[in-house]
Design a protein around this ligand. Structure first.
Ligand code: ZN
Length: 493
């Protein structure tokens, strides 16, 4: 590669050239969802950010093993009243297996990710399926003297660790500051120090998600799963660990401490974090009434939404901001994205049909290089999109007869457009189904074929055939509009 890929490493606080530890293999771990409740915008951003990275690394020729976990136990997201794990509580109240509750939300999460055109990871491990590995991790940390047992629970000894290493290396926090800001927690009296975090928790009698361990029947602390599963599937040292910026502290800081305390050094080479999403300038939160799930966006069924927004509009909107910038959702901004995306898709459809001329009067040679340069600069998707908009303007002027493209330039433009719009940015055309992937394209061509048969039938005054094709396509959900040179169609799903 002429221009190497640079990514921002949260740990070194600068952009670094990406050099894999074991080229051509790349190991990448991203903290996935806690499966309680429907996927919302906060889930969409890291999923799309790291999908962009996954797609790009694969495009560059790397063999990527992408691990994205599912937190179904241990993340201490407790019910405010009972202090009970939310999955366990729902399971108890509705007489379900906890895994039934988790599976329900996992299925819904997968459905939303598919709609957003987020590729599935290579491995999607569940925390509850890796209790043995987490117990092993806790044992190693205890053996190295960086943890202690207290009333059946095990806590990480932050102060001791910080004497030998540096707790706060990722987040830039220092222990004294933390001592002043740590709130009183349940079970606080079991800890030597309020900054210590749980590696293993002894389960209360009503807690149904529990496993035997050397210390008690209980469950692992939240931070253990990512260290244990990252190591299991990617080895003691791997390339990339990602997640939202809200995970830098405490989650990722604790992961680093656990890795160093158990194996003597840090596991991760590049730490990457996407910025957060606000809604109309406010943080998202259940209490603020602006907690909009992806389903509500897709159906327009939330009081803050003036219309439904398609999954591709959401994806495009997120990609229009650099992943380290904040994104603010509003109806105006989403409507602008919807228009922008359809401008690019329209340009693509024109591009497929343009006829080559003898010479080119628009410059297309630099486009590919400019798009690569933007991607290589820490995945600068908004710049890639702005180059595609420039190209769309050129395509429109060729379509309108104000410019021409020679055959080789036309092909280059088609190749670059397809590569960046569909393969790398992962966008798809939802109105016609043509998405740059071969099955959708075949589908699109089949509909075009039917419409050309209808056109032929009309020319032959075979009204029965022409009406049959139109009526049956309409019944399937297509809308068909006759134009002077044939017909246009849309699939309304
Ligand atoms: Zn994690």
């Amino acid at each position: 590669m002429e221009h190497p890929l640079y990514i921002y490493n949260t740990l070194s606080r600068k952009k670094e050239q990406f050099v894999p530890l074991h080229e051509p293999h790349v190991g990448m771990y991203v903290c996935g969802p806690t499966v309680y409740g429907d996927a919302h915008l906060g889930h969409a951003r890291p999923a799309i950010t790291f999908d962009l990275l996954f797609r790009y690394l694969k495009h560059l020729g790397y063999k990527v093993r992408y691990v994205r976990n599912i937190t179904d136990v241990g993340h201490l997201e407790h019910d405010a009243d009972s202090g009970e794990d939310k999955i366990a509580k729902k399971a108890r109240l509705e007489q379900l297996e906890p895994m039934e509750v988790a599976q329900y939300y996992i299925n819904r999460y997968h459905h939303a990710m598919e709609a957003l055109n987020v590729l599935p990871p290579s491995i999607e491990p569940l925390a509850s399926g890796h209790i043995i590995e987490q117990i092993e991790l806790v044992k190693q940390i205890l053996a190295h003297g960086y943890a202690y047992e207290s009333q059946g629970s095990v806590y990480f000894d932050v102060e001791k660790y910080n004497k030998d290493h540096h707790y706060g290396i990722l987040s830039g926090r220092n222990i004294d500051e933390m001592l002043n800001t740590t709130r009183a927690l349940d079970g606080q009296e079991e800890k030597h120090n309020p900054v210590d975090f749980a590696l293993w928790k002894c389960a209360q009698p009503e807690h149904i998600m529990r496993w035997p361990s050397p210390w008690s029947d209980g469950f692992p602390g939240w931070h253990c799963e990512c260290t244990a599963m990252g190591r299991k599937y990617l080895g003691n040292h791997f390339d990339i660990h990602g997640g939202g910026m809200d995970l830098i502290f405490p989650h990722h800081e604790c992961e680093i401490a656990q890795a160093v305390a158990s194996q003597g050094d840090e596991m991760v080479h590049y730490w990457m974090h996407n910025n957060m999403i606000t809604i109309n300038g406010q943080k998202m939160g259940k209490s603020l009434g602006n907690f909009i799930t992806l389903d509500e966006f897709f159906h327009g069924s939330h009081k803050l939404l003036t219309q439904a927004y398609s999954a591709m509009t959401i994806r495009f909107f997120i990609l229009q901001a650099h992943y380290r910038s904040t994104v603010d959702f509003s109806n105006d901004a989403l409507q602008a994205s919807e228009k922008g995306l359809s401008r690019l898709m329209d340009a693509w459809h024109h591009l497929e049909k343009l006829q080559p001329a003898a010479t080119s009067t628009v410059e297309v040679k630099g486009l590919r290089e400019k798009c690569y340069a933007a991607m290589n600069d820490d995945l600068n998707s908004p710049i890639v999109i702005s180059h595609l908009f420039d190209a769309a303007r050129a395509i429109n002027s060729v379509k309108d007869g104000k410019a021409t493209l020679a055959a080789d330039d036309l092909k280059e433009l088609q190749d670059v457009f397809r590569l960046f719009l569909f393969d790398i940015l992962g966008l798809a055309d939802e109105t016609t189904g043509a998405a740059g992937d071969s099955s959708r394209e075949a589908f699109s061509k089949a509909v075009d074929l039917l419409l050309s048969i209808r056109q032929q039938a009309k020319a032959n005054k075979d009204w029965a055939t022409s009406d049959k094709i139109r009526n049956e396509l309409t019944a399937m959900g297509f809308s068909i509009k006759d134009t002077k040179d044939g017909a246009e169609w849309k699939l309304n799903l």
